[in-house]
Unconditional design. Structure first.
Length: 307
Protein backbone atom coordinates (compact mmCIF):
# COMPACT_ATOMS: atom_id res chain seq x y z
CA UNK A 1 0.00 0.00 0.00
CA UNK A 2 1.41 3.40 -1.02
CA UNK A 3 1.88 6.02 1.66
CA UNK A 4 -0.84 8.66 1.79
CA UNK A 5 0.08 12.22 0.88
CA UNK A 6 0.37 14.70 3.71
CA UNK A 7 -2.92 16.61 3.89
CA UNK A 8 -3.16 19.84 5.86
CA UNK A 9 -6.48 20.70 7.48
CA UNK A 10 -8.24 23.07 9.83
CA UNK A 11 -10.73 21.60 12.30
CA UNK A 12 -13.22 24.47 12.77
CA UNK A 13 -14.97 24.14 16.13
CA UNK A 14 -16.83 26.31 18.61
CA UNK A 15 -20.23 27.00 20.18
CA UNK A 16 -23.41 27.66 18.15
CA UNK A 17 -23.53 30.98 16.34
CA UNK A 18 -19.80 31.64 16.55
CA UNK A 19 -19.49 31.80 12.74
CA UNK A 20 -17.93 28.44 11.87
CA UNK A 21 -19.67 27.98 8.51
CA UNK A 22 -19.13 31.64 7.59
CA UNK A 23 -15.47 31.20 8.49
CA UNK A 24 -15.17 28.16 6.23
CA UNK A 25 -16.80 30.04 3.35
CA UNK A 26 -14.58 33.10 3.81
CA UNK A 27 -11.37 31.14 4.35
CA UNK A 28 -12.03 28.97 1.29
CA UNK A 29 -12.51 32.08 -0.82
CA UNK A 30 -9.26 33.54 0.50
CA UNK A 31 -7.32 30.30 -0.06
CA UNK A 32 -8.74 29.90 -3.56
CA UNK A 33 -7.54 33.40 -4.39
CA UNK A 34 -4.06 32.36 -3.29
CA UNK A 35 -4.22 29.36 -5.60
CA UNK A 36 -4.36 26.81 -2.80
CA UNK A 37 -6.58 23.87 -3.74
CA UNK A 38 -9.17 23.68 -0.97
CA UNK A 39 -12.02 21.35 -0.07
CA UNK A 40 -14.65 21.89 2.62
CA UNK A 41 -16.02 19.04 4.72
CA UNK A 42 -19.29 19.48 6.63
CA UNK A 43 -19.47 17.30 9.74
CA UNK A 44 -22.50 19.09 11.18
CA UNK A 45 -25.55 16.87 10.63
CA UNK A 46 -27.83 19.75 11.68
CA UNK A 47 -26.49 22.20 9.11
CA UNK A 48 -28.77 22.05 6.06
CA UNK A 49 -28.04 25.57 4.81
CA UNK A 50 -24.37 25.78 3.86
CA UNK A 51 -22.83 29.07 2.64
CA UNK A 52 -20.18 27.18 0.64
CA UNK A 53 -19.93 24.40 -1.93
CA UNK A 54 -19.59 21.28 0.17
CA UNK A 55 -17.17 18.60 -1.05
CA UNK A 56 -17.94 16.04 1.66
CA UNK A 57 -21.19 16.18 3.64
CA UNK A 58 -22.10 14.06 6.66
CA UNK A 59 -25.73 14.46 5.56
CA UNK A 60 -24.99 11.80 2.93
CA UNK A 61 -24.41 9.41 5.83
CA UNK A 62 -26.77 10.63 8.56
CA UNK A 63 -28.84 13.69 9.44
CA UNK A 64 -29.95 15.06 12.78
CA UNK A 65 -33.59 15.23 11.65
CA UNK A 66 -33.66 11.51 10.82
CA UNK A 67 -32.08 10.61 14.15
CA UNK A 68 -34.52 12.76 16.14
CA UNK A 69 -37.51 11.33 14.29
CA UNK A 70 -36.37 7.70 14.44
CA UNK A 71 -34.86 7.51 17.91
CA UNK A 72 -37.00 10.23 19.54
CA UNK A 73 -33.92 12.10 20.73
CA UNK A 74 -33.59 15.82 21.35
CA UNK A 75 -31.15 17.96 19.33
CA UNK A 76 -28.25 17.56 21.79
CA UNK A 77 -28.60 13.81 22.14
CA UNK A 78 -29.15 13.55 18.41
CA UNK A 79 -25.89 15.35 17.62
CA UNK A 80 -23.98 13.08 19.98
CA UNK A 81 -25.52 10.03 18.30
CA UNK A 82 -24.61 11.35 14.84
CA UNK A 83 -20.96 11.88 15.74
CA UNK A 84 -20.76 8.49 17.42
CA UNK A 85 -22.30 6.98 14.27
CA UNK A 86 -19.65 8.73 12.17
CA UNK A 87 -16.97 7.41 14.53
CA UNK A 88 -18.24 3.89 13.85
CA UNK A 89 -18.24 4.50 10.09
CA UNK A 90 -14.84 6.07 9.52
CA UNK A 91 -14.26 3.98 6.40
CA UNK A 92 -17.12 5.95 4.82
CA UNK A 93 -15.35 9.21 5.73
CA UNK A 94 -12.02 7.90 4.48
CA UNK A 95 -13.53 6.94 1.12
CA UNK A 96 -15.16 10.36 0.77
CA UNK A 97 -11.90 12.16 1.62
CA UNK A 98 -9.66 10.10 -0.69
CA UNK A 99 -10.32 12.22 -3.82
CA UNK A 100 -9.09 15.31 -1.92
CA UNK A 101 -5.86 13.79 -0.65
CA UNK A 102 -3.10 16.41 -0.69
CA UNK A 103 -5.49 19.36 -0.88
CA UNK A 104 -6.05 21.83 1.94
CA UNK A 105 -9.12 20.80 3.95
CA UNK A 106 -11.51 22.89 6.04
CA UNK A 107 -13.63 20.77 8.39
CA UNK A 108 -16.84 22.46 9.56
CA UNK A 109 -17.92 20.88 12.85
CA UNK A 110 -21.16 20.93 14.90
CA UNK A 111 -21.84 23.68 17.44
CA UNK A 112 -22.40 21.52 20.49
CA UNK A 113 -19.78 22.43 23.08
CA UNK A 114 -19.93 19.06 24.87
CA UNK A 115 -18.50 17.36 21.79
CA UNK A 116 -15.21 19.19 22.39
CA UNK A 117 -15.06 19.56 26.16
CA UNK A 118 -15.60 16.00 27.38
CA UNK A 119 -17.19 13.71 24.78
CA UNK A 120 -14.60 11.61 22.92
CA UNK A 121 -16.14 11.13 19.46
CA UNK A 122 -14.54 14.20 17.84
CA UNK A 123 -11.21 13.48 19.51
CA UNK A 124 -11.25 9.89 18.26
CA UNK A 125 -12.09 11.05 14.73
CA UNK A 126 -9.15 13.49 14.76
CA UNK A 127 -6.83 10.75 16.01
CA UNK A 128 -7.87 8.61 13.05
CA UNK A 129 -7.37 11.51 10.64
CA UNK A 130 -3.82 11.91 11.92
CA UNK A 131 -3.20 8.22 11.21
CA UNK A 132 -4.26 9.00 7.62
CA UNK A 133 -1.41 11.56 7.46
CA UNK A 134 -3.55 14.63 8.15
CA UNK A 135 -1.81 17.61 9.78
CA UNK A 136 -4.54 19.26 11.83
CA UNK A 137 -4.93 22.56 13.62
CA UNK A 138 -8.01 23.32 15.73
CA UNK A 139 -9.62 26.69 14.94
CA UNK A 140 -11.79 27.43 17.97
CA UNK A 141 -14.21 30.29 17.27
CA UNK A 142 -15.93 32.23 20.06
CA UNK A 143 -18.30 35.16 19.49
CA UNK A 144 -16.57 38.35 20.64
CA UNK A 145 -19.75 39.61 22.32
CA UNK A 146 -18.86 37.43 25.34
CA UNK A 147 -16.18 39.98 26.17
CA UNK A 148 -18.91 42.45 27.14
CA UNK A 149 -19.95 40.33 30.14
CA UNK A 150 -17.40 39.26 32.77
CA UNK A 151 -19.31 36.13 33.76
CA UNK A 152 -19.69 34.96 30.17
CA UNK A 153 -16.03 35.63 29.46
CA UNK A 154 -14.98 33.42 32.38
CA UNK A 155 -17.19 30.69 30.91
CA UNK A 156 -15.49 31.16 27.54
CA UNK A 157 -12.06 30.87 29.16
CA UNK A 158 -13.00 27.62 30.89
CA UNK A 159 -14.61 26.17 27.76
CA UNK A 160 -11.58 27.10 25.65
CA UNK A 161 -9.16 25.58 28.15
CA UNK A 162 -11.19 22.39 28.46
CA UNK A 163 -11.40 22.08 24.68
CA UNK A 164 -7.65 22.49 24.29
CA UNK A 165 -6.96 19.77 26.84
CA UNK A 166 -9.58 17.41 25.39
CA UNK A 167 -8.89 17.75 21.67
CA UNK A 168 -5.08 17.76 22.04
CA UNK A 169 -4.26 19.48 18.75
CA UNK A 170 -2.30 22.59 17.83
CA UNK A 171 -4.93 25.14 18.78
CA UNK A 172 -5.91 28.71 17.91
CA UNK A 173 -8.62 30.47 19.93
CA UNK A 174 -10.37 33.20 17.95
CA UNK A 175 -12.72 36.00 18.96
CA UNK A 176 -14.93 36.11 15.87
CA UNK A 177 -17.11 38.98 14.59
CA UNK A 178 -14.64 41.45 16.08
CA UNK A 179 -15.99 44.14 13.75
CA UNK A 180 -19.27 44.01 15.72
CA UNK A 181 -17.82 44.07 19.22
CA UNK A 182 -18.64 47.74 19.83
CA UNK A 183 -22.30 47.06 19.11
CA UNK A 184 -22.51 44.98 22.30
CA UNK A 185 -21.58 47.90 24.54
CA UNK A 186 -18.40 49.34 26.00
CA UNK A 187 -15.85 46.83 27.23
CA UNK A 188 -14.71 47.00 30.85
CA UNK A 189 -11.08 46.72 29.72
CA UNK A 190 -9.01 47.28 26.59
CA UNK A 191 -9.27 44.58 23.91
CA UNK A 192 -5.72 43.43 24.68
CA UNK A 193 -6.89 42.37 28.12
CA UNK A 194 -9.24 39.84 26.53
CA UNK A 195 -6.97 38.62 23.73
CA UNK A 196 -3.88 38.19 25.89
CA UNK A 197 -5.89 37.10 28.97
CA UNK A 198 -3.93 39.46 31.18
CA UNK A 199 -4.07 39.61 34.99
CA UNK A 200 -7.47 38.09 35.71
CA UNK A 201 -7.61 39.57 39.20
CA UNK A 202 -9.01 42.68 37.53
CA UNK A 203 -11.75 40.56 35.98
CA UNK A 204 -12.32 38.92 39.36
CA UNK A 205 -12.82 42.34 40.96
CA UNK A 206 -15.30 43.18 38.22
CA UNK A 207 -17.19 39.94 38.90
CA UNK A 208 -17.32 40.56 42.63
CA UNK A 209 -18.85 44.00 42.06
CA UNK A 210 -21.81 42.30 40.40
CA UNK A 211 -24.58 41.61 42.95
CA UNK A 212 -25.39 38.29 41.24
CA UNK A 213 -21.83 36.93 41.28
CA UNK A 214 -20.55 38.58 44.46
CA UNK A 215 -21.88 35.79 46.70
CA UNK A 216 -19.70 33.29 44.80
CA UNK A 217 -16.39 35.04 45.45
CA UNK A 218 -14.48 31.90 46.39
CA UNK A 219 -15.84 29.98 43.42
CA UNK A 220 -14.99 32.86 41.09
CA UNK A 221 -11.44 32.97 42.44
CA UNK A 222 -11.04 29.20 42.02
CA UNK A 223 -12.26 29.25 38.41
CA UNK A 224 -10.04 32.18 37.47
CA UNK A 225 -7.15 30.48 39.22
CA UNK A 226 -7.52 27.37 37.03
CA UNK A 227 -7.21 29.43 33.86
CA UNK A 228 -4.19 31.32 35.17
CA UNK A 229 -2.44 28.21 36.47
CA UNK A 230 -2.54 26.53 33.06
CA UNK A 231 -1.56 29.72 31.23
CA UNK A 232 -2.65 28.29 27.87
CA UNK A 233 -5.62 30.40 26.79
CA UNK A 234 -5.10 33.41 24.55
CA UNK A 235 -7.13 34.74 21.64
CA UNK A 236 -6.59 36.28 18.26
CA UNK A 237 -9.28 38.39 16.58
CA UNK A 238 -11.12 37.88 13.31
CA UNK A 239 -13.23 39.94 10.96
CA UNK A 240 -13.97 37.43 8.21
CA UNK A 241 -14.74 40.23 5.75
CA UNK A 242 -11.27 41.78 6.16
CA UNK A 243 -8.41 40.27 4.13
CA UNK A 244 -5.79 41.43 6.56
CA UNK A 245 -7.62 39.80 9.46
CA UNK A 246 -8.15 36.53 7.56
CA UNK A 247 -4.48 36.53 6.60
CA UNK A 248 -3.50 36.87 10.27
CA UNK A 249 -5.47 33.74 11.15
CA UNK A 250 -4.15 31.81 8.13
CA UNK A 251 -0.57 32.70 9.04
CA UNK A 252 -1.07 31.29 12.53
CA UNK A 253 -2.74 28.16 11.15
CA UNK A 254 0.12 27.59 8.72
CA UNK A 255 2.62 27.84 11.55
CA UNK A 256 0.56 25.53 13.75
CA UNK A 257 0.10 22.61 11.33
CA UNK A 258 3.41 23.04 9.50
CA UNK A 259 2.04 23.97 6.08
CA UNK A 260 4.77 25.07 3.68
CA UNK A 261 3.69 27.21 0.76
CA UNK A 262 5.41 27.61 -2.60
CA UNK A 263 6.78 30.73 -4.27
CA UNK A 264 3.70 31.09 -6.50
CA UNK A 265 1.39 31.33 -3.49
CA UNK A 266 3.80 33.74 -1.76
CA UNK A 267 3.74 36.07 -4.79
CA UNK A 268 -0.05 35.90 -5.00
CA UNK A 269 -0.41 36.65 -1.30
CA UNK A 270 1.95 39.61 -1.40
CA UNK A 271 0.11 41.02 -4.41
CA UNK A 272 -3.28 40.50 -2.77
CA UNK A 273 -2.27 42.03 0.55
CA UNK A 274 -0.44 44.94 -1.06
CA UNK A 275 -3.67 45.79 -2.87
CA UNK A 276 -5.71 45.46 0.32
CA UNK A 277 -3.28 47.50 2.45
CA UNK A 278 -2.18 50.01 -0.18
CA UNK A 279 1.52 49.35 0.45
CA UNK A 280 4.29 46.86 -0.21
CA UNK A 281 3.70 43.66 1.71
CA UNK A 282 5.94 40.75 2.60
CA UNK A 283 4.33 37.67 4.14
CA UNK A 284 7.11 36.59 6.48
CA UNK A 285 7.94 40.12 7.63
CA UNK A 286 4.40 41.08 8.50
CA UNK A 287 3.43 40.22 12.10
CA UNK A 288 0.12 38.54 12.76
CA UNK A 289 -2.15 40.37 15.19
CA UNK A 290 -1.88 38.09 18.18
CA UNK A 291 0.23 35.00 17.71
CA UNK A 292 -1.64 32.57 19.95
CA UNK A 293 -1.03 29.18 18.41
CA UNK A 294 -0.95 26.58 21.17
CA UNK A 295 0.13 22.99 21.17
CA UNK A 296 -1.01 20.31 23.51
CA UNK A 297 0.27 20.24 27.07
CA UNK A 298 2.66 17.33 26.56
CA UNK A 299 4.41 19.11 23.68
CA UNK A 300 4.76 22.27 25.79
CA UNK A 301 6.39 20.21 28.54
CA UNK A 302 8.85 18.72 26.05
CA UNK A 303 9.85 22.21 24.95
CA UNK A 304 10.34 23.35 28.54
CA UNK A 305 12.40 20.28 29.42
CA UNK A 306 14.64 20.73 26.38
CA UNK A 307 15.46 24.23 27.52
Amino acid sequence: MSKRKVTFAQLVIGPPGSGKSTYCAGMKQFLTTLGRETAVVNLDPANDSLPYDCDVNIADLITLEDVMNTLKLGPNGGLVYCLEFLEKNLEWLKAKLNPFEGKYILIDCPGQVELYTHHKAVRNITLELQKWNYRLVAIHLVDSHYCSDAGKFVSVLLTSLNTMLQIELPHINILSKIDLIESYGKLAFNLDFYTEVLDLTFLLDHLNDNPIFSKYKELNAALVGIVEDYGLVHFTTLNIQDKQSVHGVLKEADKANGYVFGDKERDTLESLMSTAMGADFQYMKYPSFNFTTHVDVSFRLVILLNF
